[in-house]
Design a protein around this ligand. Structure first.
Ligand code: IMP
Ligand code: MG
Length: 332
């Protein structure tokens, strides 16, 4: 068994969808597995020139690869069904392609109502926190308890280990949210309720030794959506938001913007064990002609794109990662 993992190193919205799409195009995976979160996520994917925003469904479906919502996820059944309908209406075949792990948990209407009352964290109000709370307090409902999901249920052990139809199972794990939102490593309590690191992927039924590449995804600046104050005072951040189209794919909320925090990035690389690193949205800083980042408490200002890229590459030398700088609309 081989598994590659795509993880976000900041606060979500760094372009995991784009990297996952690229990896699916260039590898022969047998499965794509979403390993954490629910429909709080919004993955923007450009496939054959058309824009898709998926919340639950992994990107494997665009390539005819078996796509599974893993046991680390929570599922809103109505949302799931409507995503399937939408994909079908745009000509993407989903039959026999999309599954939900029997032991994934369900987001109920009660969870949605409760999350709707949140005034502290600034959640996406998609019922995520209450669904995980009930999972861990052992009062949750699981996918296998839902009669309407019968056709979509999959037993992960059977599928990946015991009775696999494939000679060698090759998995792409598609993460949601990001390191800064991780329940354990993020800026608690301004976090989501799931495991957004590589650790979270392994919880979905694969042995650690199966992991091959760990693709970390970051932006050359940072964005965050939620209640805490994140954006700096400089009006340039509003400019970045506009040029970078930094508005939530799920809620449409404006994302707060700030410069890259190099310490956070390095921590996320080390804790996840990243060996391939994609920086997105280089072209946004190039367009506004400002290339800044924080190194500890100091702000570094570069005079050109190449200098910033060189500095980052040098500083990450001892982590042994392969680095790609990519623009918003570029392929990798
Ligand atoms: P929740 O996951 O809806 O409970 O929200 C908790 C925090 O994570 C809030 O700050 C959300 O804005 C943020 N969040 C959740 N999902 C995403 C995402 O996919 N992208 C960016 N931020 C997210
Ligand atoms: Mg997103």
């Amino acid at each position: 068994m081989i598994a590659d993992v795509v993880v976000d190193l900041q606060y979500g919205d760094c372009g995991k969808g784009k990297v996952s799409h690229h990896l699916c195009r260039t590898n022969d995976y047998t499965h794509v597995i979403r390993y954490n979160g629910g429909c709080n996520a919004g993955h923007t994917i450009y496939h054959e020139g058309e824009k898709f925003v998926t919340h639950h469904i992994p990107c494997g479906v665009f390539f005819g690869v078996k796509s599974i919502i893993g046991p680390g996820c929570v599922v809103n059944v109505k949302q799931f069904m409507s995503e399937i309908e939408e994909l079908n209406s745009k000509g993407i075949k989903t039959e026999g392609m999309i599954y939900i792990a029997s032991n994934a948990h369900i987001i109920t209407d009660f969870h949605l109502a409760q999350d709707g009352q949140d005034e502290i964290i600034g959640t996406t109000k998609r019922g995520n926190g209450p669904a995980y709370r009930d999972k861990y307090s052992r009062k949750g409902m699981r996918a296998l308890d839902m009669p309407e999901l019968t056709d979509y249920i999959i037993d992960m052990y059977n599928e990946l280990h015991e009775n696999s139809e494939f000679e060698e199972v090759k998995i792409l794990f598609e993460g949601a949210q990001g390191f800064g939102l991780d329940i354990d490593w993020g800026d608690y309590p301004y976090v989501t309720s799931s495991h957004c690191t590589v650790g979270g992927a392994i919880l979905n039924g694969v042995p650690p030794k199966a992991i091959r590449d760990i693709w970390g995804v970051a932006k050359v600046y940072e964005t965050y959506v939620g209640s805490k104050l994140f954006e700096g005072v400089d009006p340039i951040f509003a400019k970045i938001r506009e040029v970078g189209e930094e508005f939530g794919a799920t809620t449409g909320r404006p994302r707060q913007v700030n410069w890259l925090d190099f310490d956070l990035l390095k921590m996320a690389i080390n804790i996840n064990g990243v060996n391939k690193l994609v920086f997105n949205k280089m072209d946004v800083l190039d367009e506004i002609k400002t290339w800044n980042l924080y190194n500890g408490i100091n702000m570094f200002e570069f005079t050109k794109s190449e200098d910033m890229q060189y500095w980052i590459t040098e500083m990450l030398k001892d982590t042994d990662v392969d680095i790609v700088f990519s623009g918003n609309k570029d392929r990798i």
